[in-house]
Design a protein around this ligand. Sequence first.
Ligand code: PAF
Length: 288
Amino acid sequence: MTEPRVVHTIAGIRDEVQHARARGARVALVPTMGALHAGHLALVRRARELADVVVVSIFVNPLQFGPNEDFERYPRTLDADLTALDDLADLVFAPSAAEMYPSGPTQTRVTGGEVAELLDGASRPGHFDGMLTVVAKLLNIVQPHFAMFGQKDAQQVFLVRQMVTDLNLPVSIEAVETVREGDGLALSSRNGFLDGQARKAAVVLSVALADAAAAAHDGASAALAAGLERVDAVSGASGATVKLDYLAIVDPQTFRSVAEAYRGPAIALIAARVGETRLIDNASVVIG
Ligand code: PAF
């Protein structure tokens, strides 16, 4: 069994990657906040297909959590994460907050503009700018050829791609399909917060998306109506509170809600609080 080498400093990971690049190796970065699950491991496996050296970063980034969010209780499971990465990753970059932000939160931020204010950005002000800022830092620190992101966070993938294009960053962004439980629940590090009833009710996100996809041939409004109907039905019937944050259908090119006349591929996105836990999910749909 090969254990990944764990590096805690920026100088240390730069040194490792520079040596790898100097011998012609292709490098992939999988940025994570730890609490690794099978969805993360799918990213790592895809990274392994693309690159010779796979770096997984594990850093719970304070900049992307709002004041009343779950930064403090976000799961931190470094030992289990390292075990999960045996034979999969070459290097784990696990910096402290002081290593990443030696003078406290950075004055300089990357902002995602209008799309960063929509949907999850509207519910979590500042979240995407904090995320983009740390991703820009990680890309600059590691300087990989590839960086891997889960399609479950579709708005994050869109904004990272936009940043890479806008700032001419020399990295290829790879999105990897969402990994799901048997009943359709998208894997998330936050699923561990769901108790029995909430866990059962949480399937509503993927089921509402499936209903929206099935109704999408009749247009965007029909798709939204079908998804909403499902959320209402499950909210009424389940023992756990399900509070819808948004259900939206966006154009994959712009990430703006599609007009009723829109026909073609789109992304249906949902966010809901199930019990105390906020979950998101999305699915590709074809309108018309
Ligand atoms: O998706 C995540 O886990 C985080 O947003 C990321 C990309 C690791 C940045 O902190």
